[in-house]
Design a protein around this ligand. Structure first.
Ligand SMILES: [Zn+2]
Ligand SMILES: [Zn+2]
Length: 340
């Protein structure tokens, strides 16, 4: 059996992809090694590629939408077994001792780690992780579908299920892309009156197929008026990172409505605060989730038939795959596959 692993790394901020061979690392005490089968490419992998994460150490292997199998276990691991199918997402571990961890809010740990940023991630055949990053993958979920659930999926599912919206209420998903095409599926299956908002009508049929009850074409219709026709949205999940478009959405909220923003636009929002006050509405960010949240996402997706739409590329074509993801032409997630 080969002792070498393959990885796609970035050696310097803004540098090109390098395909490298390394010794397969052994997991230390309290660590698990995962043999990767698939890893989704996320827009935030640009943080590594372009050097936008303060203090990031190079070379670095990005990738936090990992699906594979545990192939080696270090000492002091009790809850996981070799051969088990697991996912690893954005949440790369927590310290268990800070004030947030003591309160059980591990996602807000002040010493939290991010997979593929603080340590090497899943653009590789193997990676080493702490066990609190692991989510068990249901048997019927293929690795290439499980991968995108580990960041894109958990982010929108966890945002929606914690949003306070109740079954039957209007929930709008703004943007039908990598996050949004999953957001529409989750909103529908969580029992919401689901509105999809996108520019143009070319994604209307798809949005309806994914589960949207209603579709608003932002280029042809007045988005705020259309939402207010339905009483306003209890929640708007803004997945298209366009500051101007997101800012305009607050007027489409219902009383006590919430504009949830899980992906940061480059520019600051310009919000009509009077509108917020008069409707007691709010704008909030959303931060991913823990590994157990990711496992909930995998299980819910398996149970209710949520599927990411993906294009697959072998690891050796990482540069092309990454370009495709960032071209905006992809429908809707690119997944790297590792083969054998
Ligand atoms: Zn991500
Ligand atoms: Zn902590």
């Amino acid at each position: 059996m080969s002792t070498k692993m393959k990885a796609a790394q970035i050696s310097t901020a803004g540098g090109d992809w390098e395909l490298v061979e390394r010794e397969i690392p052994e997991p230390g005490p309290g660590q698990v090694r995962v043999k990767v089968e698939a890893c989704g490419i996320c827009h935030s992998d640009a943080l590594v590629k372009e050097g936008l994460w303060p203090g990031l150490q190079y070379p670095r292997v990005p990738g936090h939408e990992v699906a594979g199998r545990i192939d080696s276990i270090g000492d002091n691991i009790t809850a996981w077994t070799k051969g088990q199918r697991v996912g690893v997402g954005w949440h790369g571990g927590h310290c268990f001792v800070c004030e947030q961890c003591r309160r059980g809010d591990f996602a807000m740990c002040v010493n939290r780690k991010v997979t593929g940023i603080d340590f090497d991630g899943g653009y590789a055949t193997h990676l080493i992780v702490p066990p609190e990053t692991l989510a068990a993958i249901p048997d019927d979920l293929p690795a290439e579908e499980a991968g995108p659930f580990m960041c894109a999926g958990v982010t929108v599912f966890n945002a929606l299920r914690n949003s306070g919206a109740r079954a039957g209420e209007v929930v709008a998903v703004h943007g039908i892309g990598g996050l949004g095409h999953l957001g529409v599926q989750y909103a529908r299956r969580l029992g919401f009156n689901t509105v999809a908002i996108n520019r143009g009508d070319d994604k209307e049929a798809l949005a309806r197929q994914l589960g949207a009850h209603h579709y608003i074409d932002a280029t042809a219709q007045d988005v705020v008026a259309e939402l207010q026709k339905r009483g306003g949205a209890r929640v708007i999940l803004a997945t298209a990172p366009n500051a101007q478009a997101i800012s305009a959405l607050v007027d489409g909220l219902a009383p006590s409505g919430k504009l949830l923003v899980p992906a940061a636009p480059a520019e600051p929002l310009t919000i009509n605060v009077f509108s917020l006050i008069m409707k007691r509405s709010s704008v909030a960010g959303w931060y991913s989730g823990t590994a157990r949240d990711s496992q909930d996402t995998l299980e819910f997706s398996s149970l209710t038939g949520v599927h990411p739409m993906i294009e697959k590329y072998p690891l050796g074509r990482v540069a092309e795959a990454y370009e495709q993801m960032h071209s905006g032409k992809v429908r809707f997630r690119v997944v790297l596959t590792m083969g054998d």
